[in-house]
Design a protein around this ligand. Structure first.
Ligand SMILES: NC(=O)c1ccc[n+]([C@@H]2O[C@H](COP(=O)([O-])OP(=O)(O)OC[C@H]3O[C@@H](n4cnc5c(N)ncnc54)[C@H](OP(=O)(O)O)[C@@H]3O)[C@@H](O)[C@H]2O)c1
Length: 344
């Protein structure tokens, strides 16, 4: 498969190149950059030395479509619609790591992402690409709206209890901590070393753009779900820890929760459920496509505490994108993705 990555120099773009460097069915042939065109990708990102010598080009969507079988886009909101229109009627696939195709309702997307064009979502064969939830739909789709990083960690952590109607869906409290690579490679004052180091920063509390995406997916299991969401930036490069506080509707033992999750994710290679008493840490999934989930109970309040960790650049972005590509192409889901986490 000939692969194009639009926005190849950013954190998620270069992570796709890293993963595909060891993928037996993928050849990366077209890479774009706004600031580094005409330069060799491995001169810009030297960890790719010897793995990719492709010369970066200015964005040319028509060229990408003519050269590639699979296009990954990491471009800002709004760019994917042109790609989607050009691949209509072909066998080519688009995996968008941005938000353009994540929503069921275009009006919700428009409101949160402040896009002013009008798109008829019905025209596209697309799916929200949380692979574990939509595997069958991903297989048939031409376009993937690859999920956001926080939503991936949160939805995977909550689905089993929601599907089994074990928690009150009215007010789920979510505390998420993310490494700084979650903000991308564009320079911003807030991301300077002296501002982030030895600092934990809440931001966009209860107004983060991932809220509608999280609520959209969690609300599909009976009743409308409301989340209270506090994202925080912590001084590490990669990783997300999401902790969800949920009111149980009945008394339940922690062992039963563990059994329920183990059973639910039994056939999902990338989801690992931790035994009661063990808690997930971001470092235990670093550089890998795994999601680790653990639990604790507060018997006094009958609250369940669910902890879910991912690497934001892998399961939270590029790893899940390649996982989706594998499923779309009928390949083994973990091809190129069996990355053992880096520790310590
Ligand atoms: N970072 C994460 O953890 C993460 C996780 C999940 C999803 N996402 C989503 O994935 C997307 C990419 O994130 P990222 O962190 O990789 O961002 P990033 O590091 O800022 O990279 C963005 C890429 O897009 C290119 N680009 C930006 N504006 C462009 C324009 N106007 N025209 C052409 N190219 C342009 C940049 O090119 P140059 O800089 O080379 O010019 C760069 O290669 C975003 O939608 C983000 O929300 C990110």
């Amino acid at each position: 498969m000939k692969i194009g990555i639009l926005g190849a120099t950013g954190y998620t773009g270069m992570e796709i190149i890293r993963i595909l460097a060891k993928h037996p069915n993928a050849e990366v042939v077209y890479l774009t950059s706004k600031n580094f065109d005409s330069q060799i990708i491995s001169d810009i990102n030297p960890h790719l030395y010897g793995y990719s010598e492709v010369i970066l080009e200015n964005l040319d969507i028509k060229k990408a479509v003519s050269m590639c079988d699979v296009i990954f886009s990491t471009l800002p909101s709004g760019y994917s619609f042109e790609i989607a229109n050009l691949i209509q009627g072909t066998q080519k696939k688009l995996i968008d790591l941005g938000s353009d195709f994540r929503f069921d309702d275009f009006e919700v997307y428009k409101k949160w992402y402040k896009v002013d064009n009008e798109i008829n979502y019905e025209l596209y064969n697309r799916v929200y690409g949380l692979t574990e939830l939509y595997r069958e739909e991903v297989q048939k789709a031409q376009i993937i709206g690859n999920p956001g990083c926080y939503p991936t960690s949160i939805i995977l952590g909550l689905i089993p209890v929601l599907k089994n109607k074990l928690i009150d869906t009215k007010n789920i409290i979510i505390d998420s901590k993310s490494g700084i690579s979650g903000a991308g490679h564009e320079p911003k004052f807030a991301n300077l070393f002296s501002e982030c180091n030895e600092n934990v920063k809440p931001y966009n509390v209860n107004k983060h753009r991932h809220i509608p995406e999280i609520e959209q997916e969690l609300s599909k299991y009976g009743s409308e779900t409301h989340v209270i969401f506090t994202p925080q930036m912590v001084p590490m490069t990669r990783g997300i820890l999401s902790t969800m506080y949920c009111q149980l509707t009945n008394e339940i033992d922690i062992k039963d929760i563990y059994d329920l999750y183990s059973e639910y994710y039994n056939n999902d290679y990338f989801i690992r459920i931790l035994k009661p008493g063990l808690y997930p840490t971001t470092k235990s999934v670093y550089g890998s496509n795994f999601c680790h989930i653990g639990f604790e109970l507060d018997k006094k309040s009958n609250m369940l505490i669910i902890m879910s960790v991912i690497d934001n650049l892998v399961k939270g972005a590029s790893g899940q994108a390649v996982q989706n590509m594998n499923v779309m192409l009928g390949l083994s889901e973990n091809k190129g993705l069996d990355l053992v986490p880096v520790f310590p």
